[in-house]
Design a protein around this ligand. Structure first.
Ligand code: GLU
Ligand code: ZN
Length: 295
């Protein structure tokens, strides 16, 4: 069965090398696309130069190639998309849907970090201020293909959120929504750490009249201390000569059941097996998996 209209993507942030957790997410996204003959795009989410690691972009591309996760078309860079983001912020602010916020860090820390909309009607100029989007007193939810139903009340649980930081950097929430629509992405497959970003993204899609992709959030691989991989220490690059065994391990983390000697088939053999046997129903329905407990 072919669904030629499937468009998936992988959208790494070049703040470090790919690690085993990002490999699990990339592999899931790639398999889900290739199993239905779909396209798979690559987008570098380089929105935050101060947090970017020198050489990370090139290393990520090299790792994806060594691991056989070939993408279609050119890699898109968010650093090339600033004009599109700025135009949308301008429009939202003219419509009164976005506004400038000049609150200090101290002010923002009050109320348990939930922003109270202090600047909503203050009409501060947009320049040199953060820009926030007004959220409605409504719940936004969706049915994730693995995690099931997920809902958040934007007013009570999230508050008016930042779409451009005070220092002028564009926020992930805005860029991801604009770019997924611009690239024609139909299916978002990513780590479950982004589950709680999804209702904000649904709201932005609705505001901007953009189509809503399907979502599949795979378990996040965590360290013994409970942190996401790559968070407390910088992960080393994925070893190029370990591609076949690590892909096989990633398949197991995704609840697929590869034969014990699959790694001997090499990268292409492992990936072919993965495409032929891809079962979304096998993916553990949990938000996290401890790396130490993986086989
Ligand atoms: N750039 C994000 C990350 O690396 C992923 C964004 C997404 O998949 O929506 O965590
Ligand atoms: Zn404010």
């Amino acid at each position: 069965m072919n669904l030629p209209s499937y468009v998936g993507r992988f959208a790494p942030t070049p703040s470090g090398y790919l690690h085993f957790g990002s490999l699990v997410a990339a592999l899931a996204s790639w398999l889900d696309a290739r199993a239905v003959g779909g396209r798979w795009l690559l987008r570098m989410e380089d929105l935050d130069p101060p947090r970017e690691m020198a050489g990370a972009q090139a290393a990520i591309l090299r790792a994806l190639e060594a691991y056989g996760l070939h993408w279609d078309g050119e890699c898109v860079r968010q650093s090339d998309r600033h004009a599109a983001y700025a135009a949308v912020i301008q429009r939202l602010s003219e419509q009164g849907l976005a506004y400038a916020c000049t609150c200090s860090r101290k002010q923002l820390e009050q109320n348990g970090g939930l922003y109270r909309g202090t600047c909503r009607d203050a009409c501060h100029p947009l320049e040199e201020a953060a820009v926030r989007i007004r959220v409605p007193q409504l719940g936004y939810g969706f049915v994730d293909r693995v995690q099931g139903e997920y809902r958040q009340h934007l007013g009570r649980e999230v508050g008016d959120f930042v779409i451009r930081r005070r220092d002028g950097l564009f926020a992930y929430q805005l860029a991801v929504v604009l770019d997924d629509a611009w690239q024609g992405v139909t299916d978002v497959v990513r780590g479950a750490d982004l589950l709680d970003s999804t209702p904000r993204q649904l709201y932005l899609q609705e505001l901007l009249g953009l189509p809503q992709p399907r979502y599949l959030h795979v378990p996040l691989i965590i360290q013994p201390d409970g942190h996401k991989l790559g968070k407390t220490y910088r992960s080393p690059p994925l070893a190029a000569d370990q591609a076949a065994p690590l892909l096989t391990r990633a398949l197991r983390a995704l609840g697929q059941r590869p034969p014990a000697d699959l790694a001997d088939a090499g990268v292409e053999g492992v990936l072919q097996w993965g495409v032929a046997h891809w079962r979304v129903e096998g993916i553990p329905r949990t938000r996290t998996l401890a790396e130490a407990q993986l086989v």
